[in-house]
Design a protein around this ligand. Sequence first.
Ligand code: SF4
Length: 372
Amino acid sequence: MPVNDRFETMVSQRHQYAREWKERTGGKVVGYMCTYIPEEVLYAAGMLPVRLLGEHRPESVTEAHMPGFFCSYTRGCLAEGLLGRYDYLDGIIAPHGCYQIRQAYAIWNRHASTDYKFYFFMPTVVRSSRAHQALVTETQRLRTSLQDWLGRPVTDEALRKAVDVYNANRSLLTRLYDLRKDDHSVIPGSQVLKIVLASQLMDKAEHTEALQGVLNSLSPGPVGEGVRLIVVGSEMDDPAMLELVESLGGDIVVDEHCAGSRYFWGQVGNGNDVVAAIARRYVDRPACPLYDQPDRRRTDHVLALARDYGVQGALLVHLKFCDPHEYDMPHLRTSLQKRGIPSLDLETDLTIPVGQFHTRIEAFMETIIPEG
Ligand code: SF4
């Protein structure tokens, strides 16, 4: 199987992978929502952390539990849980994030309960002066809770090894992104998204090995003529959306959203206190808009990406009913406009309105590179 296909299969058969992993290793699988859960602690405890994802199709099972005006990410995850497709999970962790995640976590625990559950208190302003200490305390609380559940210690040595494994994976993903700075025909953005998604579902060391294979096999092709685009948004875990853009001549050369670069951006540094180092990464990395107020430093990061990747246009993709990200969009749009980068707002739900988006994306790209 070509190595790129392996990631595609991994994403579409993620439940099967996790079940097989459990059988093979005898370890526990813990599902988590949001990129703010310090996975290294789970990995150090010998577990497989898996990012909870929904399917991109309507499921009526959530209707009795969650209003239709919740985002499709939380509705999709909850549907998977209620339908028993995550019945192999031993535990679930959710952050103190947006209201919708909190509700999904509460409903999941009521109706699809797992053996272990943990609610991770995130500081609301992740760059406030006390945020780091709060995150250290919370990461330590997670560690203690896992130790109590498993009945064995999660040592500093195991944590350091986990950090090394995660940092190695982040380095390779960063290299994969760097390759597209100069040449957008090296690998399409839709394939990159599948690779990053697979990283959130597979054993990290195994993913790193497979990703190294991809990097070894990539060779620069002729520079394409497509429009160089950045995708900025909230949860954007549907490769079909990017495939649509690519089919219309867009080249997605970089992204800034929950399922893409925000997941792996930044390394855990060295330091005597490994828990403090893990927590530090969450403070320093580009923040999700939910935790980025009032400074909105994420904007500078998006602008720097747009500059470094030679972006010609921005697709601002956000899930319907996602207030934290919608609140950020006007500021982002204006900031990009001031740098001469046009943007297009695309609001998605469980499914993509292909016909409508087709017309709008095509028209948007024609304004950047007029036909003829
Ligand atoms: S997409 Fe928005 S509303 Fe949905 S879980 Fe993420 S932050 Fe919350």
